[in-house]
Write a protein that binds this ligand. Structure first.
Ligand SMILES: [Cu+2]
Length: 157
């Protein structure tokens, strides 16, 4: 009888130690995570692009104040049919752009600037003309941090 009680207490103690170890492993100070902060958000006015599609592009600084990298994997907005993450590159004397394959990495304790001639969020098939002073909502999707909703102001370049 006595030995059974001791073994039950021992089992509870053992489970208690395991629980403490699990909680310690999950404590915020122990875990690595990204912390995304987005600044200087703006977009250029619409213009007619290739194939007659009306386009715009959004620019911003994406900071990661966390200690783990994250990745911008997608974007969406009600104002456009498609939204893609693009990179502009020079091919000879011609500026071309292409979708960023596999998402755009935002390094830990670092930042990536989206700016004219570089990375940008491409709005394709914009439904209404965007003029300087207009505002619209843009949602960015990050691999780890999830969705971030931004208010974008249209400005002349
Ligand atoms: Cu583009």
């Amino acid at each position: 009888m006595r030995s059974r009680r001791i073994s039950r207490v021992g089992t509870l103690l053992f489970l208690g130690v395991i629980l403490v170890l699990i909680v310690a492993a999950c404590a915020p100070s122990q875990s690595a995570s990204p912390k995304i902060v987005i600044e200087n958000v703006w977009a250029r006015p619409t213009r007619s692009g290739m194939g007659g599609k009306v386009t715009s592009a959004a620019y911003m600084i994406i900071k990661n104040e966390g200690n783990e990298p994250d990745r911008l994997v997608g974007a969406m907005s009600d104002v456009a049919e498609h939204v893609e993450i693009h990179q502009s590159i020079m091919e000879g004397n011609v500026m071309k752009m292409r979708p960023v394959e596999g998402g755009l990495e935002i390094p830990a304790k670092g930042q990536v600037e989206l700016k004219p001639g570089g990375y940008h969020v491409m709005l394709i098939g914009v439904k209404q003309p965007l003029k300087p002073g207009d505002r619209f909502t843009l949602i960015l999707e990050f691999e780890k941090s999830g969705k971030k909703t931004l208010q974008v102001e249209v400005k002349e370049m």
